[in-house]
Design a protein around this ligand. Structure first.
Ligand SMILES: Cc1ncc(COP(=O)(O)O)c(C=O)c1O
Length: 427
């Protein structure tokens, strides 16, 4: 079977709910990937910010196979050792008062469980918790509440009320590129709109505010520091729990263990997945004792959540991030990319904005610097050219004009320089 055969067969049997890059991947090592025909690629997307420690890391392979040979599954009904060690580790690395972890199987589930937690927390305090606030341009998943919270219409069309859960409202996004205000002022003004949203669009009884510290799918949008300062003040004054969705930005991706650390954020709940499990399906909602204590036995359950194989791999994965100093590498290579991109931008009219932290970098392409009109077709062409030249890069942004550079955190300086050369050529 060649790649073409696989793609044709897929059309016959796989629900065609999303478009895939026409590459059949078969192997990987570190930041490299190989397809069915043997073509090699430098991976600059890490399976959407998942394979932070690199592909086929031998320590993950060893831990997974050892655990599989002992016990693959227990169900949530029994204790297992890797699970307990993992939740202890998460408490150790999480910011502020976050201590209690609920384990599940994906980012979407992490968000769904976080919402369920804040709803229960609201009712335990005699509130309805009817309202939920998220951001325009955000992404939190594609099921139920997570889809409703997602602030992008393109994911909701055709799903009626399934994509618009009652009580969910969206606040303006702190996306400063097209704003005429100075960055600091823009941050404050955008955060202040949340007060109006609470007063005009909710019953005043808001279960939580949720946001990604750096918006991933929305185009690697980095809010100004002033946004967080004003936001956290409002949430405290209004007694609204703050959920930080670190599903994409966590586990060293931005040059800190969690992106919220760039602004010293101490959320009441944090959602994690992707980079947590090195590719194994695992996610979690991490809560403060106050919120976790509102839960009673029977409120939550998962057959697979905290599965011993996924838990042992996640635990080893977190240890590898530390042992191999991948957070330092995320910062180091991130700077090499930023400097290289800034240099390319001096001679390239297409690059409108370069933003991000660590190895979560967005390059917004525009038709011209004044109108800032999104260069959608050109962005697709750059992705296509890079693919031909052996580089896999992400594409995103609310207009579809942002290149997303999110490689495994173990990417080498040499590989980064090759990517920059090829990117310069493609642009
Ligand atoms: C910030 C954020 N939250 C939630 C999700 C959903 O995660 P999953 O695809 O694992 O369900 C994603 C996925 O891209 C994400 O980026």
């Amino acid at each position: 079977m060649n790649s073409k055969d696989i793609m044709e067969k897929d059309k016959e049997f796989f629900v065609q709910g999303y478009t895939r890059v026409p590459i059949v991947l078969t192997e990987g090592k570190g930041a490299m990937l190989k397809d069915l025909e043997g073509k090699e690629y430098i991976d600059c997307f890490a399976g959407i910010a998942v394979s932070n420690v690199g592909h086929a890391h031998e320590r993950l392979v060893k831990v997974a196979s050892e655990q599989m040979s002992k016990l693959i599954h227990t169900s949530g009904r029994f204790f297992n050792i890797p699970q307990t060690k993992l939740v202890e580790k998460i408490a150790e690395i999480s910011p502020g008062k976050l201590q209690y972890t609920y384990l599940c199987n994906s980012g979407t589930e992490a968000v769904e469980n976080a919402i369920k937690l804040v709803k229960k927390y609201a009712s335990s305090r005699g509130k309805t918790g009817a309202g939920l606030i998220s951001l325009e341009c955000s992404f939190h998943g594609r099921l139920g509440y997570s889809l409703s919270l997602t602030g992008q219409a393109k994911y909701k069309k055709g799903f009626g009320t399934y994509a618009n859960a009652p009580g969910v409202v969206h606040a303006p996004v702190p996306y400063s590129y097209r704003s005429k205000l100075p960055e600091d002022e823009f941050g404050i003004e955008t955060a202040l709109t949340i007060e109006e949203i609470i007063d005009r669009h909710t019953t005043g009884d808001v279960a939580a505010f949720i946001m990604e510290p750096i918006l991933g799918e929305g185009g690697i949008l980095v809010p100004p520091s002033t946004y967080f300062e004003t936001l956290t003040k409002i949430l405290k004054e209004r007694d609204i729990p703050f959920i930080l969705d670190e599903v994409q930005s966590g586990f060293g991706r931005t040059g800190k263990m969690f992106a919220g650390e760039h602004w010293n954020l101490e959320p009441d709940l944090m959602t994690i997945a992707k980079g947590m499990g090195g590719g194994m399906p695992i996610g979690a909602a991490v809560a403060t004792p106050e919120i976790a204590e509102s839960v009673q036995s029977g409120d939550f359950f998962s057959t697979y959540g905290g599965n011993p194989v996924c838990s042992s791999v996640a635990l080893e994965n977190i240890q590898i991030i530390d042992d191999e100093k991948l957070i330092d590498n995320s910062n180091y290579i991130g700077k090499i990319f930023m400097n290289g991109l800034t240099e390319i931008a001096t001679k390239n009219e297409l690059i409108g904005d370069i933003r991000g932290k660590g190895l979560m970098i967005g390059i917004e392409l525009v038709k011209d610097q004044n109108s800032k009109q999104p260069a959608v077709e050109e962005t697709k062409q750059v992705v296509e050219t890079l693919k031909k030249e052996g580089v896999i890069i992400g594409l995103g942004g609310i207009y579809g004009n942002v290149l997303r550079l999110q490689p495994p955190l173990c990417i080498s300086e040499e590989q980064a320089k090759i990517v920059l050369e090829k990117l310069k050529h493609a642009l």
